[in-house]
Each structure stands twice: as C-alpha cells, then as structure tokens.
Design a protein around this ligand. Structure first.
Ligand SMILES: [Zn+2]
Length: 234
C-alpha cells in the first residue's frame, strides 16, 4: 500500500517536471511577433508593471510567461458528444484560471475537438485576459498598511452573478465560496469578506464576476493596458 502511494507521488512529480520542461522548451523556441515581444526577449522590458505603465497591449502570452511564473487550474470541463454518420464526435469546452498569486489573475475559455488543445487554447486566452489587482488594507479595523486585502469595496458582475469583495482585517482569511476563493488565492489576496448574488449560476460565471470585481481595484487589463481611452474614471 505504502509502496503504491509512493510510486504515484513520484509519477506526479515527474509529470510536473515534464510539463515544466516542455514549457521551458517552448519558451526557448519563442519567436516574438510583436515589437513588445521582441523587447521582452531582448531584456529591454523586464516587468509587467513597466508594460502597464507604458500602456502597451500584450498580444502574445509568451510575454507573460517570460516575465512571471503563473499557476494554472482548470475550473470548468465540459465534454459533449455528437453522433454523426461516421460515429461519435467529441467536443471539449474548457476554462482555465491563471494567476501569479501576487496581483495578476485571469480566466480563459476555449473549445476544441480534443482535450489538450482545448486546455492549451484556454490557458493562452487566460494569460491575455490577465488583470492587475491592487491589494490593500482597506479595513478600518486593521491599520497594518500591508496589501493583504482589497483596498476598498469592489463589485463585479457576469450574467446573473454579482460578487462583492469587502476589505477585512488581517487573519480573517478568505470568507468566500469555492470559485471566488480560487480567484482570490490566484490573485494573492489573503483576507476578504464576500457578498454574492445569483447563487444558481455556473462556477465559471462566479469566477468571471470575481475577476471583474478584483479588476476594479486598478482597471488594468494586460491585453489593452490601461483600458479604452476615456474609460478611466480617476
Ligand atoms: Zn491590514
């Protein structure tokens, strides 16, 4: 029994190592198509914040891979089967959440007839959908000044789901549903209170509404940098 568990653990690690190796190989073979990509590869641009400050859109996910390590998690998996004349035809619809646990989080959804290409496409999309999250200590009960919570109350909406995050004092933890918790963890928020509406909706919409809410701390999306002209209220 113990031997079996150990074997499984090793193969899990091996799988992770292999995935990291593949990623590194892919990144090493990256030929940038955009000017920004070329600058990143040349070491002229070295951080996401620099990119956001200069208002340059990120159109290649490799730019993000190059600048910061991201964690990935599949949050939705749908397999549909159609019966066609030649037999069965599968279709996959997959959503992936990505984040660096330090102020950047995004989600992407993609479809494909095969599982792995669908995951890959969704991950690429998630990277281009990254939003910057400003963390803070907005709770009047806590004056530590460290970015462990949200700086102020933010609300996001997707379909029928409405998610509100409220600043919470240090040590509160993530008082949130599972989908919102994933997003908060990936964004690097540690303490927050949540209010939710539309409880019958899909997990994906809870994730999207949570990201929408967190994005309102900065209104910065990497694919369009500071956003549409005139769209900023500050
Ligand atoms: Zn605090």
């Amino acid at each position: 029994m113990a031997g079996k568990r150990e074997r499984r653990k090793i193969s899990d690690e091996e799988r992770k190592a292999k995935a990291a190796e593949t990623k590194a190989k892919e990144l090493a073979a990256w030929v940038p198509k955009t000017l920004l990509g070329k600058k990143v590869l040349a070491g002229e641009v070295t951080s996401m914040d620099e990119i956001l400050k200069s208002n340059q859109p990120v159109l290649e996910p490799e730019i993000i891979d190059y600048l910061m390590p991201l964690e990935e998690k599949m949050i939705e998996f749908k397999k549909t089967t159609r019966v066609v004349r030649a037999g069965r035809k599968f279709s996959f619809r997959i959503s992936v959440l990505v984040g660096n646990k330090n102020g950047f989080v995004g989600v992407g959804t993609a479809k494909d007839n095969e599982k792995w290409p669908a995951i890959k496409k969704a991950t690429r999309k998630a990277k281009l959908n990254l939003v910057k999250v400003r963390r803070g200590c907005g709770s009047w009960e806590c004056t530590c000044g460290i970015g462990h919570s949200v700086p102020f109350r933010v609300t996001g909406k997707t379909a029928s789901v409405k998610v509100t995050f409220l600043p919470a004092p240090k040590g509160t933890g993530l008082v949130a549903g599972e989908a919102a918790k994933d997003v908060l963890l990936f964004a690097g928020v540690q303490d927050v209170w949540t209010k939710v509406g539309g409880a019958t909706d899909t997990r994906l919409n809870f994730v999207k509404a949570s990201i929408d809410a967190l994005g309102k701390t900065t209104r910065m999306k990497v694919s369009n940098a500071i956003g549409k002209k005139g769209g900023r209220k500050e």
